[in-house]
Ligand binder design. Structure first.
Ligand code: UD1
Length: 472
């Protein structure tokens, strides 16, 4: 297992190119199951989640290859397999996106229920409700969803739940309805850009979907879909994470390959904290010179603040000059990052679906543990803004959804090393000894005390040792 060693305190400066959207790539790859021929996908990021879904698709009879130019080709060679196994689905819950396409094209599907998730309760009842409404017979047995439908028939479906619309649920029902007989109307459909991207690809294949990007979709079923070539949209969550990195490190970054529209809510928050954000074409410049101002933020379905940026914004506001409240209305329990941010010196109190953050002017590096994908990003941002060295463990969460994030950040001035998670790679500054038990003396002046490094040594020397221990 790897961990990241971060030396904080550097302002990020330079340019970063944002990759293709993970959350568009996954349902789009799954939807290739409905088409005849070879689907060619550009901009699919090189992520663990993409690798996992490739395995799922292979197990379902598809040939999946990454070309030398980075494009992914998917050709269905065998229409018989219908089983998405627990061993694969438990690794990535978005594997459930194969359910709708399998049902539409192969008339049956057996897909494992994904199980628990660190960001909260994540049922798939709305997926099943929508597919049942289309005429599928669905039973849950031995941890699997068994779905069968000799023919799917278009109908009116309300897909809203207690926490709003469902993103992958809309993808599943839409991917099934495109091959149903007659017209399907989905209300309370998810409006996320990733759902729109999937719909656009299905339309290019020959589907007839109207209303993409609105809560009301009208889908006229067709008999046949042909594979196409498609480029996925830029990853708005990666872009938001990098924007926040610029703001937290008082740096200046240019982001290439971004959509201003997709980032409107996050941009509004980042600007409210005092940072400058300017867009031109597919480029953004983010600049910050001062500590952030406090802001109240609520994560909501699109076009609101994405829940996938809630943890990163919490990290940013931990450094604000005052009190901020961050509420998550999509995943009200998604706060595993709070205790770890507090280990870095943040002052945060959780109350139900909200985090009440009393900003501090200094975070101090330490060893923290990532609990999920976006929590890992939040910890990395906080570690980059903290004084001294930090360790982030369980970074496999980060690798699920960010393509070489530490390389991108190092290229603009961060100091992040990926090493094997081994005590030998622990920075000396984080190793307490009996000699180091004295606490810093209380300083009555306004200047915060300097960081107390224990057996502090040069990062460069430590880097050499860690590089030697790191994986090739
Ligand atoms: C997708 C994203 C994920 C993001 C989330 C919310 C992908 C691969 N993942 O996840 O990164 O955090 O959207 O923007 O695109 N719900 C139900 N019943 C259902 C389905 C969902 O009650 O059948 C609830 C969920 O528990 C949650 C809310 O609805 O509270 C939104 O979930 P949903 O949009 O379905 O998230 P995912 O599609 O799983």
């Amino acid at each position: 297992m790897d961990m990241l060693v971060v030396r904080g305190g550097h302002s990020l400066r330079g340019a970063v190119t944002i990759g293709g959207a993970k959350n568009a790539a996954l349902p789009i790859m799954a939807a290739s199951l409905v088409a005849e021929g070879t689907t060619v996908l550009h901009g699919i990021p090189d992520l663990v989640d993409v690798t996992t879904l490739s395995h799922v698709l292979r197990s379902l009879g598809a040939r999946v290859t990454r070309r030398i130019d980075g494009a992914i080709e998917i050709t269905v060679e065998d229409q018989q397999p219908c089983l998405a196994d627990y061993e694969l689905v438990r690794r990535m819950r978005a594997s459930v996106c194969v359910l709708g396409p399998l049902l539409a094209r192969r008339k049956r599907a057996c897909v494992s229920l994904p199980g628990g998730c660190n960001i909260g309760h994540r049922p798939i009842d709305l997926h099943l409700k929508g597919l049942r409404a289309l005429g599928a017979e669905i039973t849950i047995e031995r941890g699997y969803v068994f779905a069968r439908a000799d023919r799917l028939r278009g109908t009116d479906i309300y897909l809203g739940g207690s926490f709003g619309s469902t993103v992958t649920g809309t993808c599943n029902v839409m991917s099934a309805a495109v091959l149903a007989e007659g017209v399907t109307r989905i209300s309370a459909a998810a409006c996320e850009p990733e759902v729109v991207d999937l719909g656009k690809m299905l339309n290019a294949m020959g589907a007839r979907i109207e209303g993409l990007g609105t809560p009301l979709l009208r889908i006229e079923g067709v008999k046949h879909l042909d594979a196409v070539e498609h480029t996925v949209i830029p990853d708005r969550i990666e872009a938001a994470t990098i924007m926040i990195a610029a703001a937290m490190t008082k740096g200046e970054l240019t982001l290439h390959n971004v959509s201003a529209d997709h980032l409107a809510a996050v941009t509004d928050v980042v600007r409210s904290t005092g940072a400058v954000v300017e867009f031109s074409d597919s480029q953004a410049i983010v600049r910050a010179t001062k500590a952030p101002r406090p802001v109240d933020v609520t994560a909501l379905p699109y076009p609101g603040i994405p829940t996938d940026v809630q943890a990163q914004l919490t990290a940013l506001l931990a450094l604000a000059d005052g009190i901020s409240i961050v509420t998550d209305k999509v995943f009200p329990d998604r706060f595993m990052h709070i205790p770890e941010l507090m280990r870095l010196g943040a002052n945060i109190r959780r109350e139900g679906a909200s985090a009440i953050i009393s900003g501090t002017n200094r975070l101090s590096g330490t060893c923290v543990m990532a609990s999920d994908l976006r929590a890992s990003a939040a910890l990395l941002l906080a570690a980059m803004a903290a004084d001294g060295e930090s360790i982030i463990r369980r970074v496999y969460h980060l690798d699920r959804g960010y393509e070489r994030l530490e390389r991108k950040l190092n290229a603009v001035g961060a100091e992040i090393l990926r090493v094997v998670d081994d005590p030998a790679n622990m920075p000396g500054s984080l190793q307490l000894s009996m000699d180091d038990q004295s606490t810093p003396s209380i300083d009555s002046s306004d200047t915060p005390p300097p960081p107390k490094f224990l057996r502090h040594h040069e990062f460069g020397k430590a880097s050499e040792k860690r590089e030697a221990n790191s994986r090739p």
